[in-house]
Ligand binder design. Structure first.
Ligand SMILES: [Zn+2]
Length: 409
């Protein structure tokens, strides 16, 4: 096989395209593959497909997969046609998408590599700028969103994550398969509202559960957009546990300030013991909690309520859970501990979502896992400076999208 037909095979070319020459430029470390088009074959408009007369031609270059470490460029005089309806346009070539400077195989290669390696390592290995990689990723996500069949959306999880520390949030909506369906700016009612708006009516109706934290913004958006939302919203155990843990910590700190100086160090040292599940404590730790409870004003009682709530979550099927929670709420309100009582009132208002979560056993663990992945992604990229890139990157890695171009389909 001569060199030209070899490269025709490598590029997957067929008539009317053919390779006319291959040049090795050693000083530049580059292989240049010259491709031409059979002049007798009719030209067609890339928009409407009708046969059109040729107008002129322009030289264009595409980067292809390296040949033996040499950067490989495909160089072609690409004809332009004159379409009566669409004007003067460059004809389509089978090895690349319109407006891309890379062949489809090269893009597919970059995409598959990016899924496993960091942007900086792909950039270094392939001698590609971050902007070039970003363009390939942007096209990949766009292609993925257009090509991927409708992703599962009957069980949703909504979560927020900070882009840059402490401010500028984004809202992430994922499905039960852990695929990110949407990344929206902000964490307001409108952030989630935009996602709901993007769904067709039948898909909106098919939603069975939406797992979320108790932020009023997501609640409001869901009540506004989803029918029978009070049967579908679920507050997972994770979120309730987090509220109780926070309350317990604050109570212990407040109590410590009033405790005897001699006990303070021991109280401080016990801080993690209080937070662990009662059932997992050593005898010694239980004794410590009992002993300290005598000297701390409210901590022991709040601890008891935290343990009790866990028991209800783990111990009850739906039947009986409502009564158990109502007891819990009433008792908590009777303690006279203001912060605990306020939390109980909040849970009372949101009880429907807690019971839904118990009914579905819907776990937001998946969304939390995605959030952790996103944080890891941020670290890997050494902090995204550009929010659009960050959002794109989440969809690229966790969207479950079919992003690779199909060469010569
Ligand atoms: Zn046309």
């Amino acid at each position: 096989m001569d060199q030209c037909s070899l490269y025709e095979q490598i590029l997957g070319l067929s008539s009317p395209w053919f390779v006319t020459g291959v040049e090795l430029n050693k000083s530049q470390g580059e292989v240049v593959v010259q491709v031409d088009r059979d002049k007798h074959e009719p030209l067609t408009c890339p928009r409407c497909g009708r046969a059109c007369p040729g107008y002129d031609s322009r030289e264009r270059r595409w980067r292809h997969l390296d040949t033996c470490q040499f950067r490989t460029q495909v160089v072609v005089q690409v004809p332009r046609i004159q379409c009566p309806e669409h004007g003067c346009l460059t004809v389509n070539v089978p090895w690349a998408e319109q407006n891309s400077r890379y062949t489809l195989l090269f893009e597919a290669f970059v995409i598959s590599w990016l899924r496993a390696a960091s942007i900086s390592s792909v950039s270094k290995q392939l001698r590609l700028s971050w902007t070039a990689i970003d363009n390939i990723m942007a096209r990949a996500v766009q292609r993925g969103l257009a090509n991927t069949p409708e992703r599962e959306s009957s069980q949703l999880a909504v979560d927020e994550t900070a882009f840059r520390k402490g401010h500028d949030y984004i809202t992430i909506v994922s499905n039960r398969l852990g695929q990110v369906l949407a990344v929206e700016d902000g964490r307001s009612q409108h952030s989630l509202g935009r996602f709901y708006d993007s769904l067709e009516d039948n898909r909106k109706k098919a939603i069975k559960s939406i797992s979320m934290d108790m932020s009023p913004a997501y609640l409001r958006a869901t009540f506004d957009h989803i029918e029978k939302a009070h049967r579908k919203i679920a507050f997972d155990h994770f979120h309730v546990a987090q509220m109780l843990t926070k309350l317990l910590n604050e109570t212990r700190k407040a109590d410590m300030k009033q405790a005897d100086q001699s006990l303070r160090q021991e109280i401080h040292r016990s801080r993690f013991t209080w937070l662990r599940h009662g059932a997992s404590l050593e005898l010694e730790q239980i004794q410590q909690i009992q002993l300290l409870s005598n000297s701390l004003k409210h901590t022991g009682l709040v601890w008891y309520f935290k343990e009790k709530a866990r028991e209800i979550w783990k111990g009850y099927r739906v039947k009986g859970a409502r009564a158990a929670w109502n007891d819990w709420i009433q008792l908590a309100q009777l303690t006279g501990i203001r912060s605990l009582s306020a939390l109980a009132t909040q849970l009372e208002k949101r009880l429907f979502g807690i019971l839904n979560a118990m009914r579905f056993r819907a776990s937001n663990g998946l969304a939390e896992a995605i959030n952790r992945q996103v944080q890891a992604l941020k670290v890997r990229a050494r902090g995204f400076r550009n929010k659009e890139r960050f959002k794109r990157s989440i969809l690229f890695h966790y969207g479950g999208l079919c992003m690779a171009p199909n060469p010569y389909e």
